[in-house]
Design a binder for this molecule. Structure first.
Ligand code: NAP
Ligand code: MG
Length: 400
């Protein structure tokens, strides 16, 4: 059978440790037999990052800007222990941080659902995607410890030298104080990524903030989202039959819990930090969480939400078999291939992405899975069989 082809290459970013091993197996067993892969390859493994003084990471980010679609393997963010282990020239920053800064993007995390692994909230039958605004607020704030009685003010100095002062608090004794900010540019980029993502997923977009209390600050998020919706996205949303909704964050949380899922939830930085861990846990497993970085101008970088699974890698290196879950990495590949298919109106490629995801889900649902899932799996009449990573990939390939 002829392999599926496409025009524009996908940016392929190889990574580290166990996920680096899975990466090659996924290509060999699941993708290359059916698709004539055309990628621009960047090795973001720690060895190559060190050899190139991290230039390779910047080049990969620029390549995503140029080619529009990328797929990334998990990578080590080095600490001092890694510096010694890999004999590094210096402590390189997180590749995800570098690429996010180049693309100015927002990260969307979506759980992969299978029958037999029931969320802690059983009514969540469709995935909830969290979009976390990854700039500013308490993550870039100035904290001050106040030791004694004092008058605290916010001071704003304009470019023309004019000074404005705003009262914060008259301290009668010790306490704490915090100054934080965000920018219209960053909030707008976040909003645009969210509107684009929800439109492409054909799901409703929700935004929740506390604008009743934080009238100016949270009010700015609400206003920027509302403006963008009215001026740029409304007619496309109406045509797609989806909605944009703003609610107070407390009401939003209550409604999410009561819902069946199936929406994109835009969160301010802190809310997204907290809620994404809650969602990942509630849906079952970090190894079943997919992740995509979307830039405001519509470039996509797909990856798994988990790390390089170091403990399994050390076992693998010692010659032992491991049962490491490749599902989120498979979905990173299917996401990138589908997106490339969409951009070229390539039905065969989009169909392959759908088939690959369905074969993966059905393999698990029929009782064949990796060890982490076998611990969670419960379905009447099916005893879960724990496979090693390669056998699991082969089982998917057979079904595919
Ligand atoms: P991790 O690699 O996600 O693994 C933590 C633990 O979760 C594993 O030891 C394993 O538990 C379980 N797990 C995660 N993914 C799994 C999978 N696919 N299949 C089976 N079990 C899985 O996180 P970490 O150990 O904190 O970090 C390891 C390295 O990854 C670090 O160097 C870090 O810098 C990097 N990291 C990269 C990214 C990224 O590139 N996006 C994200 C996070 C971390 P058991 O050992 O109990 O089986
Ligand atoms: Mg967190």
């Amino acid at each position: 059978m002829a392999k599926i082809t496409y025009e524009k290459p996908i940016v392929e970013m190889q990574g580290d440790e166990m996920t680096r091993v899975l990466w090659d197996w996924i290509k060999e067993i699941l993708i290359e037999p059916k698709v004539a892969l055309k990628t621009e390859y960047y090795d973001l493994g720690l060895v190559c990052r060190d050899e190139t003084d991290d230039r390779v990471t910047f080049e990969a980010g620029e390549a995503i800007k140029r080619l529009g679609v990328g797929v990334k393997c998990a990578t080590i963010t080095p600490n001092n222990q890694r510096k010694e282990e890999y004999n590094l020239k210096r402590l390189y920053p997180s590749p995800n941080g570098t690429i996010r800064a180049i693309l100015d993007g927002t990260v969307f995390r979506t759980p992969i659902l299978v029958k037999g692994i029931t969320p802690y909230i059983p009514t969540w039958t469709a995935p909830i995607t969290i979009a976390r605004h990854a700039y500013g607020d308490v993550y870039k704030a100035t904290d001050v410890l106040v030791n004694d009685a004092c008058k605290a003010e916010l001071v704003v100095t304009k470019t023309n030298g004019e000074v404005e002062k705003y009262p914060v608090h008259d301290f009668k004794g010790a306490g704490v104080l915090q100054g934080m900010h965000n920018t219209d540019k960053s909030i707008t980029a976040f909003a645009r990524s969210c509107f684009n993502f929800a439109l492409s997923a054909k799901q409703d977009l929700w935004l929740g903030t506390k604008d009743t209390i934080s009238k100016v600050y949270d009010g700015r998020f609400k206003a920027i989202f509302a403006d963008l919706y009215e001026n740029e996205f409304k007619s496309a949303y109406e045509k797609a039959g989806i909605k944009y909704e703003y609610t107070l964050i407390d009401d939003c949380v209550a409604r999410i819990i009561r819902s069946n899922g199936g929406m994109v939830w835009a969160c301010k930085n802190y809310d997204g930090d907290v809620m994404s861990d809650m969602l990942a846990t509630a849906y079952g497993s970090l190894a079943m969480m997919s992740s995509v970085l979307v830039s405001p101008d519509g470039n996509y970088e797909y990856e798994a939400a988990h790390g390089t699974v170091t403990r399994h890698y050390y076992k693998y290196r010692a010659g032992e078999e491991t049962s490491t879950n490749p599902v989120a990495t498979i979905f990173a590949w299917s996401g990138a291939l589908r997106k490339r298919g969409e951009s070229e109106n390539n039905t065969a490629l989009m169909q392959f992405a759908d088939d690959l995801e369905r074969a993966t889900v059905q393999t698990i649902e029929s009782g064949y899975m990796t060890g982490d899932l076998a611990l969670l799996f419960k379905a009447e009449g099916i005893t879960p069989k724990k496979l090693n990573s390669r056998d699991f990939l082969n089982a998917i390939a057979e079904r595919l």
